[in-house]
Design a protein. Structure first.
Length: 557
């Protein structure tokens, strides 16, 4: 139990967040995210917010056994360039994280024992967990933590999205860690000094491309040779078919350090049944799988009917149907360089229709700015360009694009394909020429950032500014929109430096307005996420950000 003396010693911003939460300005989840990101334990944050104590992990979970997960099995690559959570599911039993993000919004130290943040969020002291070893016998130390953060910061590595999360530690000219930004104080302490206040630094370390790797890490080596701190070993990884994780015999620090323990199972099988949910249903009915990665669309009701457990969570997960402003035609002209063309695409589409036809109304309609009600700094007075098909066609004609045929591409699956179909149909109804191209996942994901006009799903992020930095900041690895705007970048940095929610909302409103006015994307709705699991499975609830936490899963005792 956390004492009130502990609560009184917390970061001053945490006390402000508690006031804002109690005044109804901040959601419970956002309150927990922001306070625990400042180094407060979840238990202390619950006390500070006047909340009931969080439920603890069940103590009667069975040890041993195998759980089979339905999920895509994708090719491994450098961890910091992971661009889909399915990759992290394969390695997370071996390669662990400094910090984890949980459904209640809290951040929990894992390979760290904790951290402290100074008043203006420019200095972070990381306390490295003691007693942890790599599975080759090496001690896990502050040098390992510093080395990983340094490699995350390196924006010269193609596809390294972690660089956007660690940008406040980087030298703007070299694209690598700035001198003095990362300092090893002693064997168990690392100090980070940012060039500007940054409230997103700790949350960024909890995202799935941030597993901690050994100094010997080689992205091209066989996954069975991974050196990590976790108790599992990858014994099979056949892309598009199956991956298998088994207990390696390496003693796991979490058995002693984490309340309730973890890694109850001896074996996790990840089986790829492709993109068609009908195949997943068939696997469930024939008892070939125990847990779905996620359940989508009309198949949610089907899984309810066969008696599997359902968990669900409202999120900031979404889909974008975006023009790429860097895409060129055969003559070298930028197809979507004219703002009027991008505005026309957005104005031709009714987002509510996309939610109904694409995701069976299981979510909330959005306003094309990738920030929404789940984020407390969201400015609900800033709304989308009006749905006006006639005006959309007029804008296309003014831009000289009335006769142009837009090729709209998507993956061949259920909800993403259906949503993109709904967009294409509405564009055609507005008089805009559209050709639909549907690609298998194995092809689509190879170049997902480079298509001229396509749809992509985006996961929930704890803080409102995080996804803006990952997706819309000029030049970052995941900027599939080809969007670059100096004013936007400056405002984003400002928003990340403001603790007060009302002051931050003023800046966020300006960011939302830029994205909407520039017609950067059609972002039609926010998704609720669903996962089904067999009746004998415990702890495998849907995660708000799809993060892999199979160490919490078990078979019923």
């Amino acid at each position: 139990m956390t004492s009130m003396d502990t609560v009184r010693q917390v970061h001053p911003a945490a006390k402000m967040y508690a006031r804002e939460f109690k005044q109804g300005q901040m959601s419970r989840r956002e309150f927990l995210a922001r306070t625990t990101a400042l180094g407060m334990t979840a238990s202390a944050a619950y006390v500070l917010g006047g909340l009931g104590q969080p439920a603890q992990a069940a103590g009667h979970a069975q040890r041993g056994g195998t759980i089979r997960l339905q999920s895509e099995v994708r090719a491994h690559k450098d961890t910091r360039t992971y661009d889909w959570t399915q990759m992290a599911y394969v390695t997370h039993g071996t390669l662990e994280y400094l910090i984890e993000y949980n459904n209640d919004g809290s951040f929990r130290p894992m390979l760290l024992e904790g951290w402290e943040v100074n008043d203006d969020a420019t200095e972070f002291t990381l306390k490295v967990r003691q007693g942890v070893t790599w599975n080759n016998g090496d001690a896990f130390t502050a040098e390992d933590v510093a080395r990983n953060i340094t490699r995350w910061t390196d924006s010269t590595v193609e596809g390294n999205s972690m660089a956007a999360r660690m940008a406040s530690l980087a030298d703007d000219e070299t694209g690598q860690a700035a001198d003095g930004a990362i300092t090893v104080v002693d064997e168990h302490t690392v100090v980070l000094k940012t060039k500007r206040p940054d409230i997103t630094l700790i949350p960024g370390m909890a995202d799935y491309p941030a597993p901690v790797v050994h100094s010997s890490y080689d992205p091209n080596a066989d996954l069975s040779e991974l050196v990590g701190t976790g108790p599992m070993q990858v014994v099979q990884n056949e892309v598009g078919v199956k991956a298998v994780l088994e207990k390696s015999g390496h003693p796991w620090w979490g058995d002693e350090a984490l309340e309730g323990g973890g890694w109850f199972i001896d074996r996790l099988e990840i089986i790829d049944y492709g993109q068609d949910p009908a195949a997943w249903i068939a696997a469930a009915e024939s008892e070939e799988v125990d847990v779905f990665y996620e359940t989508v669309g009309d198949f949610i009701d089907i899984m309810d009917a066969i008696g599997w457990q359902k968990s669900d969570v409202a999120t900031g997960s979404t889909i974008v149907i975006r023009p790429n402003q860097l895409a060129e035609d055969e003559n070298g002209n930028k197809i979507y360089g004219d703002k009027r063309v991008r505005q026309a695409l957005a104005m031709a589409v009714d987002n509510a229709v996309c939610l109904e036809l694409g995701y069976a109304d299981r979510g909330l309609v959005a306003d094309n700015c990738h920030v929404g009600p789940v984020h407390p700094e969201y400015d609900d007075s800033v709304t989308r360009l009006p749905h006006d098909p006639a005006k959309a066609l007029q804008l296309m004609e003014e831009a000289g694009m009335a006769d142009f045929e837009h090729e709209l591409q998507s993956i061949d699956d259920d909800w993403r394909k259906n949503t993109t179909d709904a967009v294409a149909a509405q564009l055609r109804d507005a008089g805009i020429n559209v050709r639909r191209t549907i690609l298998p996942g194995s092809t689509f994901w190879n170049d997902w950032t480079k298509y001229a006009f396509s749809s992509t799903n985006w996961n929930h992020r704890p803080l409102g500014t995080q996804v803006l930095a990952l997706a819309y900041k000029s030049g970052v690895a995941w900027n599939e929109f080809g969007f670059a705007n100096d004013e936007f970048d400056t405002l984003l940095a400002e928003a990340n430096s403001i603790a007060d929610v009302d002051a931050r909302r003023e800046v966020m409103g300006k960011l939302q307005a830029i994205l909407i006015d520039e017609g950067v994307t059609i972002q039609p709705y926010w998704r609720s996420l669903y996962r089904h699991s067999a009746p004998n499975i415990q702890g495998a609830d849907a995660h708000i950000a799809y993060l892999p936490q199979a160490y919490k899963w078990s078979l019923s005792a």
